[in-house]
Write a new protein. Sequence first.
Length: 292
Amino acid sequence: ASVQEYAGTQQVTVVPTISSDRDLFGNASGLVTADWSGNGLTSGKGAYQVNDRTVVALNTATPLYRDLKTGDTGGDVLALNNELNLLGYWRATSDGWKQLMADNGNTSDGSLSLADTLWIPEHEVAVDEWNATAGSMVTGGTAIGKIPGSLTKLTIKNGTASAQDRTLTIFGITGTLLANTTEITDAGFLQQVEANDSYQSVDVESKKAGLDATLALSERMRVLRVPAGAVFGINGSTGCIVPTSNNHGNTPVKVSIVGGELGVSLVQANSEDIASISNVEIGSGLNNLTCE
């Protein structure tokens, strides 16, 4: 038996979960006189102009559905106030909205006209099939574009959960796979993967089949390397070994099985200093011992 550092590195296949495309619905009617959607939409910034008035993209927790004025209350008002604060407009809601309108070239008395807004589901979004191009006519309440589906989850194909946190590396980007799970839903990590050129170059069918990735323990652990035949009484990820050095007295020691290679098991002893174990018993005689 010998002690070694173990990183648990393995090649895995991850399957992405991608949300469906979503329609964007405009609220303004008229002639589109400017269009800034080419590089995507950002909350608080102009998306396009209708009749020379800017329509501002807005990512509120509750989509806006009505005109608002001073004194109005409700979930949409709270959502607007929170988004204004996130965008740096630290004032009363009406004053913050008035300043946001001014920064986008619109005049406003502090009341909100729904036609001046375009709700988006994230702070920044890309768009497909955009219809609000300069010179086109748009009608409020109709779809003017689509948001392509986004990456919402990466799942280890046929994966087994671990009691330790692990790191997942895909296209050179590393994220944390939390203990006792086989999927990553961390939005920041997924956004980095989605923005990667290599990920974008993979066709949809290949993504559905799975992508190559590397999985490893977040922190290396010291393990005991023993012949596979030395582990008996296996129940899930636990079992027993029998150290044969004098100070152990041939008493079975319970272990956790953390990995393996051809003919070898990598274990951690639950109640023993693994560095003190230099030899272990193997053979059919182990079947007569009790592992507790």
